[in-house]
Ligand binder design. Sequence first.
Ligand SMILES: [Ca+2]
Length: 529
Amino acid sequence: MTRRLLAALAVAMIPLFGEAITSAAPGGTSCASLAALTIPTVTIKSATAIAAGPFTPPSSAGSNTMTLPAFCRVEATARPTSDSDIRFEVWIPPADAWNGKLQGVGNGGYSGAIGYAAMAAALRRGYAVASTDTGHAGDDMKFGQGHPEKVIDWAYRSIHVMTEASKLVVRNAQGRFAERAYFVGCSTGGHQALSEAQRFPDDYDGIVAGDPANNRIRQTFAFLYAWVATHTGDGRPIIPANKLALLTKGAVDACDGLDGLKDGIIDDPRRCHFDPSKLACRGGADEASCLTSAQVDAARKMYEGVKNPRTGEPIYAGWPRGSEGFGQNAIQSWRQYVLDPAEPMRVDFFRYFLFHDPNWDYRTIDMDRDLAYAEQKLAFMSAVEKDLTPFKKRGGKLLMYTGWADPVVPPQDTVAYYDSVAKAMGGPEKTREFYRLFLAPGMGHCSGGPGPNQFDMLAALEQWVEKGVAPERVTASHVTNGKLDRTRPLCLYPQVARWKGTGSIDDAANFSCVTEAPTTPVRRTTAQR
Ligand SMILES: [Ca+2]
């Protein structure tokens, strides 16, 4: 009785102190006073109550004005080492709008920028949300020169320190810890997601890892390989941009029907063996409608992927058929990460992170010796640990997805990582108890593509973590010019979506998730024959 009375009085008194909008929560600390919070190695720069309405993030983020509900904005810097400068923000809804949960959001590329758009999306769902610039500003890699601790901050430490500090900030704002913590990221965010599950299993209850660039070192070697394979000795692209769509059309024409449905989508590129020589020009001509032998050769190398020159072993998966050029933007093709750059993408990894030589010549690469060196020197840059026992034991749930037409992170590497975890964790059944993979046919890098590519993995994960309902299928939508024109189920790997034979092929309800025979026939012993 007395406590209720005090609580009522406290609420009634708030306006007298002018804290009606600055208070994050009854029972918590007012927003403004969060600035006085002390967390080891963390400096809080500001804590500001933001009223509902338009909010413009700092100009360096290149973000537009967004319309947001009211929140408490906390800006902070973490310095886990003397060379660290990890900026992060925590946005906290008012108590009555808070869903009781915290969300950490991931980054893209080497992006030294806070992800305001992702923060906004989380805030609108009622989450308290945190994002970091990963410890440096800007997308280039020169920050690593002479700053090994900053490379570690980028690779995995920044997300962890952001997460630990954010939990305390939210606790002080609301008067209690968040009941659940989720991490959501794609691309580098997917790398960060897997890194968290592997390195810091206590950080998050649920994790969404999209199109993960977690096999970072090998992916960087693959970028170099791909650039050299697709450029002339003097650095000009061998395949012109306007022939990429031709390649995709050739691949789709050859493989669309393999899944039993001619719908413009290659369901599983592993089953597609389209050879670009099918598009070869006759008699050595170079025309817009066909490929020269050099162009055929370059495309083959992209599909094939980088191999160890000494042993012949694959180093990293090749790019999937269907990823060559399926849209207008450079990111919807091989252009952005392979053909357009004047030098191999991420060549500064070698210059500033690995060899400490700004003049290092990528043509001197030895894919055998240099890869071994990189994986010894910078092992922490990848997140490829197969044993996820600690994450599973603490009850963590991990949802991973990727686009089968991803032109940036070849999806076969993502599948290979999942399979390697399943093997290490006692098989597919035991792995599905805490870690599930969903493949999106015809989806590009994190979004876009001819296949359905919009879905809500976080909602599926919330059901799993909070209600124990593990996702079997997730409905994905395809939108053209703002109009929904197709839905399909994304199926729990290794299942695939198959049309039931009746009804619209643009309606997910008419599809079942089924198990098909493996792509590689199982070898039988003589006795079994
Ligand atoms: Ca098809």
